[in-house]
Design a protein around this ligand. Structure first.
Ligand SMILES: C[S@@+](CC[C@H](N)C(=O)[O-])C[C@H]1O[C@@H](n2cnc3c(N)ncnc32)[C@H](O)[C@@H]1O
Length: 262
């Protein structure tokens, strides 16, 4: 039996519809308090972000409703992270935080935060908003180029600037559709210590189609298999039935996985 089948058969991955679960998770996320509160970032209330005016709706794929869905879609992962708060320490990388990072220096006082982001407006906002704590580093990297020479070097240089060698946590929320996700997971795995945690939130083929990468995930099963194949063991995994028509029936995968000892 493959490890995916084991997960599907085991309690950690329930593929049966659980319509009430999302509401529970949203409520849990809103009420979650760890020393660093995992509430959805207040700057998202207006859904007006520098460089991304609401008037630019991308054929409706990024109108106000889509932005509200984007923020709401973070809640199940926020809830899972809150449950595993004791593991959120050390070097934390959030990939593609945009204007709504799940990890901020105020919420994660025990972490050294690195953001990887390639949107120049988001980079400026992140530096202004979270860089001022003197803890969050914002690195401009194009993740389409995840295997280019220098990518890992840049990451390691940043870890070294924190007197660290390896990552403890990586958060990848609603980013996999825009990148070569296998390459990205390989890079994250190679920069992470054994026992480190990767946290992923993704709906296949959902987001801004204009920016979709050819090498994005094709299914939940494939994504889980890739996470495992790149060196992680599943810690917890939710497959949440599609909440909105625009998901075209694709469920949301929310998964925490631990870097296997090598
Ligand atoms: C849909 S947003 C996700 C925002 C937030 N993490 C969330 O959960 O809603 C996708 C993010 O991935 C980033 N991104 C997309 N393509 C990228 C690339 N090639 N390199 C680096 N970041 C990229 C975008 O700038 C944006 O921050």
């Amino acid at each position: 039996m493959s490890s995916i089948e084991q997960i599907v058969r085991g309690a950690s991955l329930d593929l049966s519809p659980r319509p009430s679960r999302v509401g529970e998770q949203l409520a849990a996320a809103e009420g979650a308090t760890i020393s660093d509160d995992l509430r959805i970032d207040a700057n998202s209330d207006t859904y007006e972000w520098d460089g991304w005016p609401l008037a630019r709706s991308y054929d409706g794929h990024f109108d106000r409703a889509a932005r509200r869905r984007m923020v709401a879609g973070q809640a199940p992962l926020a809830a899972r992270l809150a449950e595993h708060a004791s593991r959120l320490r050390g070097e934390l990388l959030e990939i593609g935080p945009f204007f709504t990072p799940l990890a901020t220096p105020a919420r994660f006082p025990d972490c050294r935060i690195i953001y990887w982001e390639n949107d120049p407006y988001a980079v400026t906002w992140l530096r202004r908003t979270h860089g001022t704590y003197g803890k969050a580093d914002v690195v401009t990297l194009d993740l389409l180029d995840a295997e280019a020479p220098g990518f890992l070097t840049t990451t390691r240089e940043h870890l070294a600037s924190h007197d660290a060698e390896l990552l403890d946590v990586a958060i990848i929320s609603q980013v996999l559709n825009y990148v070569d996700y296998r390459a990205l997971l390989r890079v994250v795995a190679s920069a992470m210590r054994s026992g480190g945690l990767v946290a992923v939130n993704n709906v296949v083929n959902y987001g801004l189609p204009l920016f979709f990468a050819d090498r994005r995930p094709q299914s939940v099963e494939e994504t889980i298999a890739t996470i495992e194949a790149t060196g992680f063991d599943v810690v917890c995994c939710d497959v949440i039935p599609a909440q909105w028509d625009v998901q075209a029936g694709e469920p949301r995968l929310v998964i925490l996985a631990e870097k296997r000892a090598t």
